[in-house]
Design a protein around this ligand. Sequence first.
Ligand SMILES: Nc1ncnc2c1ncn2[C@@H]1O[C@H](COP(=O)(O)OP(=O)(O)OP(=O)(O)O)[C@@H](O)[C@H]1O
Length: 833
Amino acid sequence: MAAAAAALTSSVPSSQLTSAVEFVPKRTAKSLSGATPALLSSFVGEKGRLSAGRISVGYGAIKSCSCQRDGFQVGDGVNPLFGKSFHGSVGRESSSAERTAVAASDYAVAEEERRTASQNGNGFPTAGRNGLFGYSAGDEDENDYEDEDEGEVLRVDNESTDDEDELAIANLGLAQDIVDALAKRGISQLFPIQRAVLDPAMEGKDLIGRAKTGTGKTLAFGIPIMDRIIRENQENRTARRAGRAPRALVLAPTRELAKQVEREFMESAPSLSTICVYGGVSITGQQRQLQKGVDVAVGTPGRIIDLIDRGSLKLHDVKFLVLDEADQMLAVGFEEDVEKILEGLPSERQSMLFSATMPAWVKNLSRKYLKKPLTIDLVGESDEKLAEGIKLYCVNCIASAKRSILNDLITVYAKGGKTIVFTQTKRDADDVSLSMSRLVGCEALHGDITQAQREKTLNAFREGKFSVLVATDVASRGLDIPNVDLIVHFEIPNDPETFVHRSGRTGRAGKAGTAILLYTPSQTRTMKQIERDVGCKFDKIVPPSVDEVLNASSHQATEVIKKVHPQLVDVFMPTAEKLLQDEGPRALAAAIAHLSGFSQPPASRSLITFEEGIMTLRIIRTNKAKGGRLMSPRSVMGTLADIYPAAADQVGKIKIIDDRNVEGAVFDLPEDVAKELLNKPRDPGDVIDIPKSKTKGVGGPICTVDHLAEGEVVVVDSVRETTGEVAVADLVIEEETLAKEEDDSQTLETEGLMKEVGAAADMMMMTFSLLVEVVEEVVHLPGHVTFAINRVIERRSVLKVGGSPRTYKVRRIVTWHSQQQSIMLPSIYQAKN
Ligand SMILES: Nc1ncnc2c1ncn2[C@@H]1O[C@H](COP(=O)(O)OP(=O)(O)OP(=O)(O)O)[C@@H](O)[C@H]1O
């Protein structure tokens, strides 16, 4: 957070920033999602000052978002942290240094207030509560939707209509053309959003629609429009004249989404002429089609303007306007284009706006361009924001283990179906796709890929020609690909909406699906923030065991075998018979193994770090006479050196088993060394074996000390002050963390504290410490770290950083709930019991 403050002040010219921040009254503090310091500074650089639009930040980044025009604050959004810091200096230009100082000193208070006020914890900025997911009911912003007389709001329960007759498409008096086409697609009943929209849309009302992902919003606006244009065509033959201008205009934020809307129109009303226009492809074909005449034009704003400017697209006949995914238009920078198009439309028209969220710009847009709109809301304030039927899991792992885990997760959880893996960067999408493609059919999809190739890739994925799509958020909105069974958030998304939209690519049209979030220990707070903002709960899992992977893949191979064409089977019969004769069923087993993708036994994986090629072993000392009550890493090393010196040389992580009744530890070794060790003779009092890992319901991986920054374990040398639930302790850094810092860039990835560790690495001293389990509420204050601690795990020797300058305070200890034990305890500790 301190780093965020620094980034803020250093990347934005102070005169520009101050005015934007200072004009935001604290009570309007909402916050922000999505943007980064770079985005903010480039925005400022481009426009000279924070003028229009919503500037926002992702968790842990910038803390200000405000829209200002001509010196007045016109939008919402400032992080309460800065709201507090700058409150009271409205109208005064403070210096950058002053702001930083205020921010630092006020941080703790602001943070506390923020937590208490919003119960929104850390991670995502607090906007998630106030506006990101709804219509800001009850907050004080002058822009608030419900504060104003902007028209009726109709909240609709998803199950409000279970009368089959009322939903049956054949009974609704729709054009036969549509009824037949939908029936052909297997659609015979309306979904709730479609039923709720139908009557008011038929009456010509302007509408704002909000429903969960995959619930049929496209047909909700599509059916009434198609029906009315078809009727007009039937009643008035000249309505179908050549060269006619479109009567419906649908604006979509991405090319893929526009194509998809076009497909829904074409498949549901084949008698209508529908065109889809977007950039990245030749404009002349689109001009030619417009010349012939169309009924419905779907497109992205940029290309639509281009066609209008060239005189090819005329808007004078538009009677229906749809803004699909309106909030995304803002996110991708289409706001000016959208407004320009809307200015050119006839005022006598019906407008429908679908938007998952209502940022200020979308609200302004609806005020300006919609006439007394009726809001139809199927999400509500309190409900879970994710579509029903999506099972959520999360896996806590270090960043370097993600790739190897990914493949196993797909094998076990997609069960041979389609998977979309979401990465944050185009480069990651390429890299992950490349490494996956050695194992499964896999393609990448992102903004640097040409439009033609993007379409080709999506079509092939739709048709099941490959099973894993690795995509950036290009694919997170709106895309409707049938039967995607699994979504993997390979990188944690920027904001809660993105999480909902990414996850919503599965579990569509009432089907079931699974979404798995991979997060590093330093992202634990963000994971919990997603739970709070989205109103969902992750089941914590650990990566699948080798047995699970083999079982799942052999099951999938069996299914593949059943689908081979009988004629082809005949061709292979003689070879199969001979193999069976020579080797019996083992031949078939080998064939299944090969089909499953395994010709060699799969590499084992550390139960501590999930690194491949590493095996975790357990040592239990049953001969009590030989040692004390708890083992130490030193005694583990000593024992290994006695049994097999190579093991002592190559041992990786060592974790002491937290049970005063058992003297033991778990430790990592390269697989071949571990296997050798298991065969070595040893003292009968020392049991060395392979611990089993439980995969479900037992919490994440064992916490390692390099997860120190914001993760689940901190090391303290003493609790200096305890009052009820509050304790103070000095934080010290473990020796092995410091050593690792040198050669493992992974640990540097965690911001703040790890950097502190690096800086302090040369000032070490030995001390005695406690290893404690941290659950939540990790806050980095300037010079302090506040943790909510679950319990003390163990005592151990560590190297203390510095004499006293770098001590950190542990301010709050949450009491230990025995109920949590089975959830929080790492798997190895569980296995032992
Ligand atoms: N009444 C219906 N019966 C069966 N299937 C339907 C019905 N309506 C829509 N569908 C199908 O449901 C899927 C999801 O629809 P659609 O893409 O319109 O959802 P959406 O709400 O726009 O989702 P998103 O918010 O992700 O954009 C599509 O494949 C669509 O064809």
